[in-house]
Design a protein around this ligand. Structure first.
Ligand code: URA
Length: 434
């Protein structure tokens, strides 16, 4: 089988056979396929697409490029949540302790922030001492002890994805529904879960800008999950504006702790509750939606979820005292307010631009190998819909260096629009695919 024939076949718009896809993935994993040929095929896939069958074969080949974790000896239905990525998207740190406190084991393998989007690992690592580089044995031990393990993808899980993602990142081939689906689902299937809730973001701050594309991605992800024996549901949620009030690692941890203490902005609380309720239902610890919602609210009200987060932090080497003393988290030395130049309503707060402003402050990375500053970021003091007077604060930028603040301000100024009337906003929960 010549790889050039496979490339030309996809270039000309034909569906590939399973053994052709397997040869491609094996060549990538084994290092025998040159990057230029892998990149050419990725571009052909981006332009020509893949059938659901081809996408399922690609996912399966990527799962088998590494090990498949077997968690069947641990009791309970193991449920994870995965988001396609957004700005201020911090629900993992809220729902994992709640679900674990309600009896659902949560093995959660997450990623780092890339581009304008944030990543769960960066947020967790802003807690002093918190280790996300757990071995698979440590993951099991954490699951047995606290019912939850929050870690990064190990080198043994879907190694083909690691190589392909790095190539896609530099060849303009990220925004392809089959490639995104195979990338996400190969890692999720390999981590040994029984069920998965997907949060597919839609809007300016998401990979998928339109509802139609987000739905197509959600349908593909759910279909692959089903075919692989992982019960999978997707919720499509808004990402035109940042979720919640904080963007930036330690700032987001504080906001998650506030939600676990019963606070939080309505959009963040609604999104977190919706995803957690589905985790409880898939984990079969609730009889129906009402029962699940009651249990989730009770876990917050009683302090059980907060207490579980303390245990998770301690189990993974972090300082659990941050839960009660935010002063133990990294904080930026300086703050700058972006204020309203006239009276009206906050009409728009563009998620992508706020995310890019936060990256400019140092909270995110442009390249996988960049480091992040856990302390810097942005606090939104007036969400879209808020009535404001001239001079009222809209954004509070937490910064360390003047040059970075200047770069962030240029983006932040473009992110905000003020209107005469309150904006018509779509719901946070846009749709579902089951
Ligand atoms: N997240 C992933 O893990 N892979 C993609 O391709 C996109 C988002």
């Amino acid at each position: 089988m010549r790889i050039v024939d496979i490339i030309m076949k996809k270039r000309d718009g034909h569906a590939l056979e399973r053994d052709e896809i397997v040869a491609f993935v094996q060549g990538v994993t084994g290092g025998t396929l040159p990057d230029y040929q892998a990149s050419a095929l990725l571009m052909a896939i981006l332009l020509r697409g893949m059938t659901p069958e081809e996408t399922a074969w690609l996912t399966d080949a990527m799962v088998h490029s590494g090990i498949e974790v077997d968690l069947s000896d641990l009791p309970g239905i193991k449920v994870d949540k995965h988001s396609t990525g957004g700005v201020g998207d911090k629900t993992s740190l809220i729902l994992a302790p709640i679900a674990a406190a309600c009896g659902v084991p949560v093995p959660m393998m997450s990623g780092r922030g890339l581009g304008h989007t944030g990543g769960t690992l960066d947020k967790l690592e802003s807690i002093p001492g918190f280790r996300t580089a757990l071995s698979l044995d440590e993951m099991r031990a954490a699951l047995a002890r606290t019912g939850c393990a929050m870690l990064g993808q190990t080198a043994k899980i879907a190694p083909a994805d690691k190589k392909l993602y790095a190539l896609r990142d530099v060849t303009g081939t990220v925004e392809s529904i089959p490639l995104i689906s195979a990338s996400i689902m190969s890692k999720k299937i390999a981590e040994g879960i029984d069920a998965l809730v997907l949060d597919v973001k839609t809007g300016s701050g998401a990979f998928m800008k339109t509802e139609a594309d987000s739905r197509r991605l959600a349908e593909m992800l759910v279909s692959i999950g089903r075919q692989s024996g992982v019960r999978t549901e997707a919720v499509i949620t808004d990402m035109d504006m940042p979720l919640g009030a904080a963007v930036g690692n330690a700032l987001e941890v504080i906001e998650c702790l506030d939600v676990l203490k019963g606070g939080g902005t309505p959009d963040l609380v609604e999104c977190s509750l919706e995803l957690t309720v589905r985790m409880l239902l898939l984990g079969k610890v609730a009889t129906d939606r009402d029962d699940a919602e009651r249990k989730v609210r009770a876990a917050i009200k009683s302090g059980a979820a907060l207490d579980r987060f303390r245990q998770i932090i301690e189990c993974q080497g972090g300082d659990p005292r941050v839960v009660d003393d935010y002063g133990r988290l990294p904080a930026a030395p300086s703050r700058h307010l972006v204020t309203a130049d006239r009276r009206g309503y906050v009409a728009r707060l563009d998620a992508e631009l706020v995310g890019r402003a936060s990256v400019a402050l140092g909270a995110g990375r442009d390249r996988v190998e960049d480091s992040v500053d856990p302390a810097v970021g942005i606090v939104i003091t007036a969400k879209p819909g808020t009535a404001i007077d001239a001079g009222d604060p809209i954004l509070e930028l937490h910064y360390r260096e003047q040059a970075k603040l200047d770069a962030a301000l240029a983006l932040a100024a473009r992110a905000v629009a003020i209107g005469e009337e309150p904006p018509v906003r779509r719901a946070i929960i846009v749709g579902e695919v089951r």
